[in-house]
Design a protein around this ligand. Structure first.
Ligand code: HAM
Length: 410
């Protein structure tokens, strides 16, 4: 096992590394257009930051956290998501709201690895604090839609949206679901039987065939909306329609974390097998106050970078090197000086540390060099260098002190 990555983790090499950074850069650029400020929280937190917020019945809390005692005996957890950590930061630092925060980085969940699902994965994450109005929901969903167009995956990804309503809606709906599912208790999957006690809403998420049949006739949340809840949801849907943002209302979308209320949404694709959610999030108006902060309405979403990477085409722009071809002892020495000087003026310079002219030219060709700078002890004696255009084969002899200006202009 010594020479293996841990199951569910990945190395990031070469072009994939560039693609990863590209996703982060695009997200950061878009976040800036919408007035988000960048923040970074530590990769681990005291365990309660998550246990007190994500919900006892959530998959993350019941089975997915990387939790350990540190050497001082404190229980520590590698962050499984950003939201709880950012709420901790907001309360600890007493940040003034309204406030929009953007973050990106690694998260850790002990899930069964499969396509689009890792144990160390990465998100781009957006949170808006302090805005009660549905305008925040609309703006955030527009931002997600904007990201899709920027990544050029607008057509393959669809927005599903639902409202969980306010506290009254959720508690009445939960009761109605428990009553309904209890009638079928013995027919439900084992997971759903457990959820019936801990988190009945999550049964609606089940992919199990037996559960699906029972779920299709379950009570609908929309029948339990208070007037305010349905009014709030309607405003969002109307505005999305007016903005031309396509969506489907999915009454069974509940999300796996306990902190949500009102709007929940997922941007889903069918092109990634079972792990179709690219962006996912929702409103969590009561989370900040539940951990001791002021009442702060909030909404956010996160996108999985690995999933986005699977769906986009991106090739890093290739910069063609200038190859130095020194021949002879003095030339070898001069190559280090010249390389230093040219690199410090922003040029991509490469060269071999040894070898005959023919081999060095071969390497320059393999590296797709744009130009070769060829110099032997003889040329250096006359203070000149041969500049070869590798595409046309054309060669020029140039004074050493003019080389920099010449290659910079090419
Ligand atoms: P989540 O649905 O758990 O929500 O994750 C959001 C996104 O992260 C998913 O839609 C998916 O793209 C990606 N993701 C999740 N787990 C994995 C995994 N194991 N491997 C690869 N990608 C994964 C949250 O994390 C909430 N904190 C989102 C939020 C922000 N809600 C409000 N604000």
């Amino acid at each position: 096992m010594t020479n293996q990555t841990v199951r569910g983790t990945k190395d990031l090499l070469f072009d994939e590394w560039y693609k990863f950074k590209y996703v982060q850069q695009v997200a950061s650029k878009i976040s800036n257009l919408y007035g988000f400020a960048p923040v970074e929280t530590p990769i681990f937190e005291y365990t309660e930051v998550f246990t007190k917020t994500l919900g006892d019945g959530s998959d993350i809390i019941t089975k997915e956290m990387y939790t350990f005692d540190d050497k001082g005996g404190k229980s520590i957890t590698l962050r499984p998501e950003f939201t709880a950590a950012i709420v901790r930061m907001l309360v600890e630092k007493k940040l003034q709201t309204p406030l929009k925060l953007f973050s990106t980085g690694p998260l850790f969940r002990y899930e069964r690895p499969q396509r689009g699902r890792q144990r160390q994965f990465h998100q781009i994450n957006f949170e808006v604090f302090g805005i009660e109005s549905p305008k925040a929901d609309i703006e955030l969903i527009s931002l997600a839609q904007h990201l899709l167009t920027e990544f050029d995956m607008g057509n393959s990804v669809k927005l599903e949206i639902n409202s969980l309503g306010d506290g009254e809606t959720i508690s009445q709906y939960r009761e109605a679901l428990v009553l309904y599912f209890k009638k079928y208790q013995n027919d439900l999957s084992e997971d759903s039987q457990n959820r019936l006690i801990k988190n009945p809403l999550r049964i609606l998420d089940s992919k199990d065939e037996r559960d699906r049949a029972i779920i299709s006739d379950a009570p609908k949340i929309s029948d339990y909306y208070t007037k305010e809840s349905s009014n709030f949801f309607e405003q969002i849907l109307n505005r999305l329609t007016a903005l031309g943002v396509p969506y489907t209302v999915n009454n069974k979308l509940v999300r796996g974390l306990d902190y949500y209320c009102h709007t929940v949404f997922e941007f889903i694709t069918e092109n990634l097998g079972a792990q179709g959610a690219i962006f996912a999030g929702g409103r969590y108006d009561n989370l900040v106050s539940s951990v001791g902060g002021k009442h702060t309405p909030a909404i956010g979403f996160a996108g999985g970078i690995e999933r986005i990477m699977e769906l986009i085409n991106y090739a890093p722009e290739e910069t063609r090197p200038i190859y130095l071809i020194p021949i002879g002892e003095k030339a070898e020495e001069y190559a280090t000086t010249l390389a230093n000087e040219l690199r410090r003026s922003g040029l991509h310079i490469n060269y071999e540390y040894s070898g005959a002219l023919k081999n060095r030219m071969k390497k320059a060709n393999q590296a797709n060099a744009k130009i070769a700078l060829i110099f032997g002890d003889e040329e250096l004696g006359s203070n000149v260098i041969k500049v070869k255009n590798m595409d046309t084969g054309e060669e020029k002899t140039v004074a050493c002190d003019k080389v920099k200006t010449l290659v910079q202009a090419l």
